[in-house]
Design a protein around this ligand. Structure first.
Ligand code: IPE
Ligand code: IPE
Ligand code: MG
Length: 250
């Protein structure tokens, strides 16, 4: 189905890539095999965002809470992140993708920290898709680290507490460089946030699908965009106010 023209494309799509373990289980495979199978839809989404002109994509790969999984799964995931970065970086760079990682990276294995730093540095001047990968990320962690950095500025005298506005607070968060998420997609059937972007999804449209992440295909991404295109985003105003505003704009 073509995307309706009424609502523009999202500027920023954020995805909770859930369901890898269940996908593997139904096939009698290991959980890590499910995580590996999740790489194909990652590539598809990056390529679709690039070709459609969606400016920013944020992928939730590993949450603060995922540290509580069995050590073997955590270790395999960390290795998978290192290997995938090694394998994909040249192509991402060739596609003009600007990569950033968000999350508490001090907790990550040193070899992954090094890969992350190299990927961010190599793609720093790219002007295409802004790709954020959330690893060791939690929405609460993000808010706390922003509060701490503003508190440090206040205690050094560089900032007064009353100067902490929404804009300044947002500027201290991990996603300061991209607009708020317009569309959040979650695969795997759960209808919850699981500590993903808390501040930045204040007015996002939420799209939940039962599809397990490794099965998430181009047509599913298109369905999510169609869902977004058909939403009326009112931002607290009335429908009449919004249509008057869009009427004047056109
Ligand atoms: C999402 O898939 C990937 C991570 C959280 C790392 P899951 O591993 O949560 O898959 P399910 O929910 O167990 O199926
Ligand atoms: C959310 O999935 C985190 C990621 C996809 C990285 P989880 O599988 O960890 O979420 P819960 O625990 O079911 O809420
Ligand atoms: Mg899960």
């Amino acid at each position: 189905m073509p995307v309706a023209a009424s609502n523009p494309l999202p500027r920023h799509v954020a995805i909770t890539m859930d369901g890898n373990g269940r996908w593997a289980k139904t096939r009698g495979l290991t959980r890590i095999a499910g995580h590996k199978a999740g790489l194909a839809p990652v590539r598809m989404c990056i390529s679709e965002c690039g070709s459609r002109g969606i400016g920013a994509l944020t992928l939730f790969a590993f949450s603060s809470e995922n540290w509580g999984r069995p050590a073997e799964e955590v270790g395999s995931l960390m290795s998978l992140f290192v290997e995938s970065l090694e394998r994909e970086l040249a192509e991402l760079h060739a596609k003009n993708v600007r990569m950033r990682f968000i999350g508490e990276r001090r907790n990550l294995p040193v070899r992954l920290q090094a890969r992350i730093a190299a990927a961010e540095e190599r793609t720093a001047d790219n002007s295409g898709l802004q790709l954020q990968v959330a690893v060791s990320y939690g929405g609460r962690w993000d808010i706390i680290q922003a509060a701490q950095s503003l508190a440090r500025e206040c205690s050094s005298g560089a900032l007064r507490p009353e100067e902490i506005t929404e804009e300044r607070f947002a500027g201290a968060l991990a996603l300061a460089h991209v607009p708020d998420a317009d569309l959040v997609i979650r695969t795997g059937g759960e209808q919850r946030i699981s500590n993903f972007l808390l501040w930045n999804l204040a007015y996002a449209e939420l799209y939940f699908t039962a599809k397990l992440w490794p099965d998430f295909a181009m047509a599913d991404f298109e369905d999510a965009l169609t869902f977004f295109a058909n939403r009326e985003r009112r931002f607290g105003q009335t429908s009449a106010q919004r249509s008057a505003a869009s009427g004047h704009a056109s």
